[in-house]
Each structure stands twice: as structure tokens, then as C-alpha cells.
Design a protein around this ligand. Structure first.
Ligand SMILES: [Zn+2]
Length: 263
């Protein structure tokens, strides 16, 4: 599943192609056709990312809500009328580009009030300027759940997925099985700050590279899972060579190094 850096990168890349322009909105596949008709030809004021959610603010007051889910993705063509390939749920066309959305978990038109309700159910997003770190830190500090599980809980903080949780806990030297309330305020702050830095770097790199370039060589070109991380999807810890362990937390495998992250 895409992590929060993906949605923020989409905003960065798509905004200059879509906002402030009249957008032809359609649904070649048909499943979004009725909603598309309600905003077709409107000007798009803003695209907003909040955790793994995207919101499209249309000039007529309606809001498009997209969640990519496991397999959703966009395809951008720098042409006003590109060929339709595959199952395109939502197609956005301006004089500059054609942007197609395929396979999303959610693609719907909602009201601003509904958008606020979605946002209210999310914890702070480390990539947003309005994020209140203290809210996420307090939610973790009060919980007896393992911190590895808390980081995936979108109500605690929004946008962190399986790779960043493992890597941030590794960098902060915290065993993912430790209850949130057993971590010190300094440790929880360090986890937040590490996630802010990692996610920002993810937006810039447009992929997940958590290892320090000054310390380790980052492979050139496309990389495979586990090539640019300390413990995620690795057999042995990149720093110390200890066999990496897996704890099942939040329904997903959380990788950690028992030596670098003592209990
Ligand atoms: Zn290690």
C-alpha cells in the first residue's frame, strides 16, 4: 500500500497540471460517471493530501475523495487527450495533461463536511504544515498497545505504512513490541521527528530510501524491496549483521533488529 509520501508527491506533481484550470472530468470505465458529471468542466481550486487520502476541491463546492488502497495508481500523460488504457475510474483532462486514476479503493464526490469528518478520524499527518506532533505523541504515550502497531493506526498518525514504521523504529532504536506508554517522551518525539524527515525525503526522492547515503551506497536506478532500508525486508540488519526478526503487529509483518532495538 502506498505510504503518505506518495499522496503528497501526487499533490506536488499534479497541482501545476490541474489547479486553476477548467478540468474535463470523466470515467471511461463508468463506475465514477455519475459523480464525474457533477464536476465536469469545473475549475479545480486545490488538491490536498491528508495521510493516505487525497481531496480535490472543486470550484462548485464539491470535494473529490480518493484513497488509492492497495493497487490504486495514477498515470500522467502530458497531452490533453491521451489514449485510454485499461480500467480508468477517473480521468482528469486539462489543456496541459491527461491524468488517469486506476484501481482506487475510494473515488467519490463528497461534501466539505464529509471531508472534515474523514480528516477528523485521522491523526496528525507528519507531512502537513498544520500537523500537531503533540497530539500523536500523547496518543502513543497513553496506549498500552505496541508502538509498532500504533504507528500503523491512522487515528494515531496519518500516512505511515509498513516500511516507514519499521525504519523509523530502527533509527530510534525502539523495539516495535514495546507498549507506547512504556516509551519515554523523548523516544516518542524522536520517532515523530524521524518520520517527518523520512517522509519528506520520500516525497523528494519519490521512493523510500531510509538508509544514510554517507554511510551506505544506495543502488542506482530502480531498486528492489529491502535494498534501501536498514531492516525492512532484509534477512540481516544492515548495520550489525544480526538476523532480522519479524513481529506481527497491526496485521502486518514488522521487521526489527533485536541487537539495535533492544527490548
Ligand atoms: Zn542491528
Amino acid at each position: 500500500m502506498p505510504e503518505g509520501h506518495v499522496t503528497h508527491r501526487i499533490v506536488k506533481d499534479h497541482t501545476p497540471l490541474l489547479t486553476g484550470r477548467q478540468v474535463h472530468v470523466s470515467s471511461p470505465q463508468g463506475r465514477f460517471a455519475a459523480d464525474a458529471a457533477l464536476v465536469d468542466g469545473q475549475v479545480l481550486d486545490k488538491i490536498e493530501a491528508y495521510g493516505k487520502h487525497l481531496f480535490y476541491w472543486w470550484a462548485n463546492g464539491l470535494v473529490g475523495h480518493v484513497h488509492l488502497g492497495l493497487i490504486g495508481k495514477y498515470r500522467v500523460a502530458l497531452a490533453p487527450d491521451a489514449a485510454v488504457l485499461g480500467q480508468v475510474r477517473m480521468r482528469l483532462q486539462t489543456d496541459l495533461a491527461t491524468i488517469d486514476l486506476m484501481g482506487p479503493m475510494t473515488c467519490a464526490l463528497i461534501s466539505p463536511e464529509d471531508r472534515d469528518a474523514v480528516a477528523a478520524g485521522l491523526g496528525p499527518d507528519p507531512l502537513r504544515r498544520d500537523a500537531k506532533a503533540a497530539v500523536a505523541i500523547e496518543r502513543m504515550a497513553k496506549s498500552k498497545q505496541p508502538i509498532g502497531q500504533l504507528l500503523l493506526d491512522q487515528k494515531v498518525m496519518a500516512g505511515v505504512g509498513n516500511v516507514f514504521r519499521a525504519e523509523a523504529l530502527y533509527v530510534a532504536s525502539i523495539d516495535p513490541r514495546r507498549p507506547g506508554r512504556d516509551c519515554s517522551a523523548d523516544e516518542l518525539r524522536a520517532v515523530w521527528d524521524t518520520l517527518v524527515a523520512m517522509l519528506r525525503k520520500g516525497v523528494k526522492d519519490n521512493k523510500i530510501i531510509t538508509i544514510d547515503r554517507s554511510e551506505f551506497a544506495v543502488p542506482k536506478g530502480p531498486t528492489k524491496r529491502g535494498e534501501t532500508t536498514y531492516v525492512y525486508h532484509r534477512d540481516i540488519c544492515l548495520r550489525c549483521g544480526t538476523p532480522v526478526q519479524i513481529a506481527e503487529l497491526g496485521g502486518r509483518a514488522c521487521y526489527y533488529c533485536p541487537t539495535c532495538q533492544p527490548r
